[in-house]
Design a protein around this ligand. Structure first.
Ligand SMILES: Cc1ncc(COP(=O)(O)O)c(C=O)c1O
Length: 399
């Protein structure tokens, strides 16, 4: 008789993990106050209050609320004057929006590799990608884990490049005790439905640069300056008061949620360290807060006795554990080779970069758990570990 659920055995767990999103009475009370306001738009009181509170929470001088975490990157690039003919170095192990925002701004993405034990862009690999056309380096803090911001800051300083943070997944993460945005000229956060601080759709830009803030502010108001002149090109890509209200009340819960996720992640790290066929992420004391949008786990496919990572994960999922394979390198997507992409950037993207670690994690070793799973209790974490162990102990059923 089969033991594994995927072969007809009894699943290790049938209870669901905590779901996302999580509405609270405070969200509802906040929203009901917005209904009575005259101004539901980007310059309303909830947007202002959130911007102030979130800037303080993130140790940033300025916060702008925008429509999503894709236009936020596009606005940062436009605000910095980065466009057609320019290159920005990015990792290929990311969500497509990291790249589409560059292309929409006319910028050519250049792919640097990631480190296998962090899933983050490697500063050493990024250094090799610098050309006279490079204007910025944009690490993506995959899963909420900050990249090596000391190394990226030094690299950007040395080559006179902008450091931009794609922190779509890293709301609340800190490095060396400081908000991640303090390392970059500007940082972009997503508040899309799946994210740890969400209002359904939304984005945030953090910057300490007064001029950049003013330029993006103007762009967000259709390009109109304080005197009513259209001095720059802009689109109304702001956030409504209803969204800002939700963010304000959801922000109240964020610090405690981050603590809980960090605690559960540390427990999982400890448990998974006992298994030779998986590897937890490298410890880094400089990461003082990790939002854990994703719990990242490497699978040693070569230790699965001929079973592929994908088949192994399918079996884990059948046991009731949402451990998924994660990204494949974005350069594998057809859209990056399309005529429209070429038209936008006025050239072609190198779609065969030297990024072996992104290939390995994408196709053979990467896996992750979604952040709401980390809002469970220790016994829920034990189920995750127990189910992974069970599948490993019955690999013969998968062969
Ligand atoms: C790494 C990364 N960059 C950018 C984005 C784009 O954010 P949004 O969906 O808010 O446009 C996302 C979110 O989905 C993301 O995960």
């Amino acid at each position: 008789m089969a033991h594994l659920a995927i072969k007809g055995g009894t699943p290790y767990r049938t209870k669901p993990f905590p779901d996302w999103t999580m509405i609270t009475p405070a969200d509802e009370q906040g929203l009901s106050k917005v209904y009575d306001q005259d101004d539901w738009g980007i310059d309303g009181p909830k947007n202002k209050e959130f911007q102030e509170k979130f800037a303080a929470y993130s140790h940033a001088n300025h916060c702008l609320t925008v429509a999503n975490g894709t236009v936020s990157i596009e606005l940062i690039l436009r605000g910095l004057g980065i466009g057609r003919g320019d290159e920005v170095i990015v990792p290929p192990y990311t969500f497509i929006a990291t790249i589409s925002s560059l292309i929409y701004a006319g910028v050519t993405p250049v792919f640097a590799d990631i480190d296998k034990d962090t899933f983050q862009m490697s500063a050493r690999s990024a250094a090799k990608c610098i050309t006279p056309r490079t204007k910025a380096i944009m690490p993506v803090y995959v899963g909420g884990r900050p990249a090596d911001l000391d190394a990226f800051s030094a690299l950007c300083k040395e080559h006179n490049l902008y450091l931009i943070g794609d922190a779509a997944q890293a709301v609340g993460s800190t490095f060396n005790g400081k908000g991640i945005s303090t390392y970059a000229v500007a940082t972009s956060i997503s508040c899309q439905n799946s994210k740890n601080l969400t209002c359904g759709e939304g984005g945030i830009i953090l910057t300490d640069d007064d001029e950049l803030y003013e330029r993006i502010f103007t762009m967000l108001h259709g390009g109109m300056d304080a005197d009513g002149n259209y001095t720059t090109l802009g689109l109304y890509n702001g956030m409504s008061e209803l969204q800002a209200s939700i963010l304000l009340t959801q922000l109240e819960n964020l610090p405690a949620q981050i603590e809980k996720r960090m605690k559960n992640a540390a427990y999982l790290d400890e448990q998974f360290a006992k298994f030779p066929f998986v590897y937890a992420m490298k410890q880094d004391e400089r990461i003082t807060h990790n939002s854990y949008h994703l719990y990242l786990l490497g699978i040693h496919e070569d230790k699965l006795q001929g079973v592929s990572r994908n088949d192994f994960l399918a079996a884990v999922q059948a046991e009731g554990i949402p451990l998924y394979a994660g990204y494949v390198p974005v350069y594998s997507f057809d859209c990056l080779a399309s005529d429209y992409t070429k038209k936008c950037i006025g050239g072609e993207i190198n779609l065969k970069p030297e990024t072996p670690n992104a290939e390995t994690l994408g196709y053979h070793e990467g896996s992750w758990l979604y952040h709401s799973v980390l809002l469970g209790e220790q016994k829920d974490m034990d189920d995750i570990v127990g189910a992974v162990k069970k599948v490993y102990e019955h690999l013969d059923e998968l062969k």
